[in-house]
Write a protein that binds this ligand. Structure first.
Ligand SMILES: [Zn+2]
Length: 307
């Protein structure tokens, strides 16, 4: 079905419904949503986009990306390992990791900032719209701000950073191009923007379709791939665009969980913080597939380095 609307990334009107009735099988926060594919840039966009005033209700108090895991658990261990690996990847792209000013936009529970702090980064800032207790981050000397950064930059208007990170964040906005432009304006000349986001080229999307965890509906509004990310980055004025595979076995496991919940094999009452008891161990079982997938253009997610 054709839509009258415009793609918010490239302005194209040629949008076709590709996934209809994508449900929130993790938190049941909202009704099913549809995604259209833009024929101009290939982005998948939620259609209609949700009203801005409803968006806070998509993040319940048990939303796992905001939970701080203080007790040792398999999930906490895996998440810390993932954050440590990503932190090391980030520092490879920095000239002076110890002194570079690094901003994590949408830091969630702060795991990545803590991982960066542990490997010696000293000039760390984080911003998020959700204000939850972050004593550990403050104790590590990390500067924090809380605001909706698609409306206003969370720090001083004149402030610039060597690196701005959007870790699984850009896909949550109603206007991702605007967010990218806003962030770019706060990079020093030659500064880096580093993003991770689910990829619509993913092999797991081909397999799980509407149950694919990368939709994370209704919270993910735009799903990018190599082509749409490149188009958006060029529009935002970036000249050097590097896009590589990023492995995410958790995405496979949550997709399996959503299939089970959708088929009522797992009841939604059995989910704790959006996860079934088997989902975290299952993600370990998917690790080998995810690693192999990372050598192709059909990886679960993409890592983008823009300057
Ligand atoms: Zn487009």
């Amino acid at each position: 079905m054709a839509s009258e609307k415009q793609c918010r990334v490239c302005g194209e009107n040629d949008l076709r419904t590709e996934f209809a009735g994508v449900q929130d099988l993790e938190y049941y926060s909202y009704g099913p949503v549809d995604f259209v594919r833009c024929n101009g840039c290939d982005v998948l966009m939620q259609d209609p986009l949700p009203p801005a005033e409803l968006i806070p209700s998509f993040y319940p108090t048990n939303y796992r990306n905001y939970l701080v895991d203080d007790k040792p658990s398999l999930l906490a261990g895996l998440k810390n390992m993932q954050a440590a690996m990503f932190a090391r990847t980030i520092t490879k792209h920095l000239k002076n990791p110890e002194s570079d000013r690094i901003l994590d936009l949408g830091f969630g529970n702060g795991q990545l900032l803590l991982a960066l702090s542990r490997i010696g980064c000293k000039n760390l800032s984080g911003a998020d719209f959700s204000e939850s207790p972050h004593e550990k981050l403050r104790r590590a000397g990390i500067r924090l701000a809380f605001s909706n950064f698609d409306e206003r930059f969370p720090f001083a208007e004149t402030e610039k950073f060597d690196c701005i990170i959007l870790n699984n964040v850009i896909e949550h906005f109603l206007d991702p191009l605007k967010v990218l432009c806003l962030a770019k304006a706060h990079l020093i000349p030659g500064g880096r923007m580093i993003l991770i986001t689910p990829s619509s080229n993913a092999l797991d999307l081909d397999i799980f379709k509407a149950a694919w965890a990368g939709f994370h509906a209704p919270r993910h509004t735009f799903i990018f791939n190599h082509r749409s990310m490149e188009e958006m980055a060029k529009k935002a004025g970036f000249e050097n665009i590097r896009i590589e595979a990023f492995n995410d076995p958790g995405q496979w496991a949550i997709s399996c969980q959503s299939l089970m919940v959708g088929a009522s094999i797992t009841s939604k009452n059995q989910l704790k913080n959006g996860l079934a008891f088997y989902t975290v161990p299952l993600s370990l079982a998917f690790a080998p597939i995810s690693i192999v997938q990372g050598f192709t253009r059909k990886s679960s997610a993409i890592l983008c380095v823009l300057s």
